[in-house]
Write a protein that binds this ligand. Sequence first.
Ligand SMILES: [Zn+2]
Length: 113
Amino acid sequence: MIDQERVELMANWIRYAARIEPEALELTDEQIVALGAGLSRNGLLNPPTPASFEKKLLFYRCEYCGKPQFRTYRTRQPRYCSNSCRQAAYRERAKNEDQKCAPIAQGALVYNP
Ligand SMILES: [Zn+2]
């Protein structure tokens, strides 16, 4: 029998390092502990603080369509209402990036019919 407190602690390591809910991975308690323990030994990761896992409530407007949203989050504040808005905003940014003119190199020949 695995100590549930240890399972929860190791689940927090997975949430923290992989930004994913361990339930979504359909892991057993033994697997959660094994994966979490491996992550906790990684010298590059700072230990998660309890505040990292607190669910924060946010009321915001989607930056793309402006739809009001009410959502919880753990690490990064959401900016869009859906993946389709996030993707559309990305396409818009990429399009605007394309339209910017590259500076003309000094001494370059400019074709001007
Ligand atoms: Zn939206």
